[in-house]
Design a protein around this ligand. Structure first.
Ligand SMILES: [Zn+2]
Length: 292
């Protein structure tokens, strides 16, 4: 980005160019915040309000005045370039950025899940697109379909109603699914604090403040803790990677038990390739670059 709009980078905190002053952050996922350490002070960070709240909590050593919260669809001028932030429909606080300096314009999606109601610029010279699933011609379930699947598992009569139900999560992205299920069906979830890092626990509360209920039977537990303690039973795991494996294509739209006895369901907060194509059709452009 710095070679197109001097002084600006996106999701690139280990950038070594000293003239770069503006660091845009699409969302708080580990692969996008690499280099954003406690001692980081290279310039100003621009992000959504939710992401700013997370940074202020998770990186208290960074000057809060150097973390600027943008409003959705508001345009600001940074380093001589107009920048508009748009919702990426990926997880709480996730953003896409549109840059325009009247010479060139760039749409930078970051991780995003396309939806036809998304507000997009009506053109862009260059599009940088999250290419997570761009090699796999698979239709992913829509978010409402995934929420319906999770809700049906949570309310399935086969489960002993007195036992807790565990939902394993791999990263904060999974919380998008839980939030959708909460919004659609009113399911609340309990965070299993003892298995989580303090930072992750606090971030979960910041991202989705209203869907937690410490009396809920549905317990959210991080899967990364499995080396410390065995995972409880029964547990459902919602993971995009699982559904992308060839042998699981027959199970799209269903919940299946894996070899370890854990239930697996398909879920994606990334666009499938058809959604990427649809997005590009809506936005006349000259170049597309997929970021893996
Ligand atoms: Zn992400």
């Amino acid at each position: 980005m710095d070679n197109i709009f001097p002084g600006i980078v996106v999701d690139h905190f280990y950038c070594k160019n000293e003239h770069v002053q503006a660091f845009f952050l699409t969302h708080w996922h580990k692969d996008h915040i690499k280099g954003l350490t406690f001692s980081w002070k290279k310039g100003t960070i621009y992000c959504s309000e939710v992401t700013k709240n997370i940074i202020d909590k998770a990186r208290p050593t960074i000057d809060p005045d150097k973390v600027v919260a943008m409003k959705p669809y508001e345009t600001i001028t940074v380093c001589g370039t107009q920048v508009t932030m748009m919702d990426a429909n990926h997880m709480a606080g996730s953003a896409m950025f549109f840059f325009d300096n009247h010479v060139r314009s760039v749409m930078y999606t970051g991780d995003y899940r396309y939806h036809h109601t998304m507000i997009l610029p009506n053109r862009a010279d260059i599009v940088f697109i999250d290419g997570t699933f761009n090699r796999k011609p698979i239709r992913m379930l829509t978010m409402p379909q995934s929420c319906q699947l999770l809700h049906s598992w949570l309310t399935n009569n086969d489960h002993d109603p007195s036992n807790p139900l565990y939902v394993g999560y791999f990263h904060f992205g999974t919380l998008t699914l839980l939030y959708g299920t909460y919004m659609e069906y009113g399911c609340k979830f309990r965070l299993e604090q003892k298995r989580m890092t303090e930072e992750d626990y606090n971030i979960c509360l910041i991202m989705y403040p209203d869907m937690w209920d410490q009396n809920s039977r549905n317990i959210v537990t991080p899967v990364y803790a499995r080396n410390k303690e065995p995972l409880p039973d029964p547990i459902i795991m919602a993971s995009t990677g699982w559904s992308m494996m060839e042998e699981n294509h027959d199970h799209m739209g269903t919940i299946t038990k894996d070899r370890r006895g854990h239930y697996r369901m398909n879920f994606s907060n990334h666009s499938d390739i058809y959604e990427n194509e649809e997005m590009l059709l809506r936005m006349p452009h000259q170049e597309v670059h997929y970021i893996e």
